[in-house]
Design a protein around this ligand. Structure first.
Ligand SMILES: [Zn+2]
Length: 143
């Protein structure tokens, strides 16, 4: 992880004229609730037959992947030459939920790259930990 991203080394937040993030989140939350209503015919309710803890855990795994993607992408400098872009896809024997995406890295970040894939391996394994699950194939393509 980059030193500039270290939580403890950051200064306290400075007030400015920007929109409050919490207000933006509330707005997004209302949009998501409306999306759920259109998609499922109801907004999220308790006792709906779903395992909310499992759903939340799986969403958290997705969140980690997307956060890491942005951290890795942010480390990439526009001036860097010969950026490496890799696409990946994991498929399970169960046939559900293939995991795919892409990562762009600057040269000389092999360690970051392997850490990224270690994390993806773990994410995939944890999301496919059911009877009938097992890695069918994993493809990584350099573009
Ligand atoms: Zn599976």
């Amino acid at each position: 992880m980059s030193e500039t991203r270290d939580h403890d080394s950051q200064n306290a937040p400075k007030p400015n004229n920007g929109q409050f993030i919490a207000d933006m989140v509330i707005e997004d939350m209302a949009k998501r609730a409306d999306f759920g209503l259109r998609k499922y015919g109801t907004k999220l309710q308790a006792h709906n037959g779903r395992d909310a803890l499992q759903d939340a855990y799986e969403e958290a795994l997705d969140l980690c992947v997307y956060l890491k993607q942005r951290l890795v992408e942010d480390d990439f400098q526009e001036g860097d030459v010969k950026a490496i872009y890799k696409k990946y896809q994991y498929r399970c024997k169960c046939g559900k939920g293939p995991m795919k995406g892409g990562v762009r890295l600057s040269p000389g970040t092999d360690k970051q790259f392997s850490q990224f894939f270690d994390m993806l391996d773990l994410t995939w394994a944890e999301s496919h930990n059911q009877p009938g699950c097992g890695l069918k194939d994993k493809t990584v393509t350099t573009i």
